[in-house]
Design a protein around this ligand. Sequence first.
Ligand code: HEM
Length: 397
Amino acid sequence: MDASILLALRDPAGVPFYPVVFQALYVLTWALHAAFVLLALGSMGLSLYGTMKQKTDSHWKILTPHLIQTGKISVSILIVLGVAPLLFTQVIYDPNWYVANTLSGMWVFIFIYTLIVGYSMYYWYYYANKSSQGGGKLIGLISFGILVFCGILMHNFAVTSIMPNDWMDMYAPNGVVDTSGWTFNIDILRLIFMVSLSIPVVGIFLQNYARFLSTRENFSQEFISHASSLGTKLSVVGLLLSAATFVLWMIAIGYLLHPLSLATVVGVVVLLFLSAKNTNSYITTGVLVIVALLISALRELIRYDIMGQLGYSIYDYPVNLEIPTLLMFLSTFLVMGGVGVAYLLTMAWKVGKTQGIFDGSKDIWVNKLGTYTISIMVAWMVIFFGWGMTFLFKNIL
Ligand code: HEM
């Protein structure tokens, strides 16, 4: 692949801010997306095991619906959080993203519809399990399979996008143009590594779950230690499996001795040690966040290197500074997003920590944050539409 082709595929309008900022935001937001992908797959997978034990085992009777609920919420969060890295990748790596979407066009369509069907079936599974214990096994299993398939499709898009040297062969195999959109590429070690992480993620989630509920009177000590030791087992076994596949993947692509890869290995070992001891799962979660960021940075490094060897550097992307857009983005992301998420998290924390029923209207912080969130949202809507209308009329009148 010639660099001139890649450069010609860039947006002629340039990028609205310095590319390194988009790159950093890509790494951050993909890590967030991955966190909820892994929690969704892990909790849903474990809940399916729970449906088989739920009728006879009192611990699984409590745990299974909670896991189903966790997975259900995580899918919605992963979808929302998937949009952010999608936007950043198409700003700085638009040649890659659009070529992959063209070559795999059919899979892109299929992705959207399978995600809708898979997530709708998840609700079916949720309601079936709610109405009868152990119910919805088959529907849950199909929904799980579909959501894993969505992950495999995402993997195909990511892998195809970093194979510029093979794009011509995919587009016109043996010189015959193939416009079917059925291009499909898999890097099996990378995929197994990514998906295997859902086991330690649900394990550490269970440790947090047990720690969080331990202050409540309506959960027995026996149940808490059961959830906690299950979490420890899952995180230890899962981390060993993920570490092994990570090393194999790194050897296969020749990155094992790269400082970022070594830092990830160290991070995983620390994680293994902390989750095996399980003294404070909140600290373990902090380390997990760092490891997730390292993995996300490594994915970006692999892509950056591949493109660099072809003469494409995101740092050379023409910059066309657009400060108002940036201010709008940052205030939306940090101010509205930050206050809104703080409001929801504060409320969720207090609901869980209160014995009996929590009355948000009597809580000073929940009240304050709720008022701020609504006020900021109203102001945001006025500015967003006011700004848009002003420019629209200015341009057409
Ligand atoms: C159940 C649904 C989904 C699952 C299981 C899933 C899973 C994954 C996985 C495993 C990867 C990493 C692939 C790799 O690096 O090999 C990934 C990447 C990604 N996902 Fe998702 N995903 C889902 C839905 C979504 C949605 C709805 C969006 C967007 C709205 C999204 C946006 C992205 C983006 C932008 C990347 C990075 C692509 C790249 O770097 O080239 N994902 N996803």
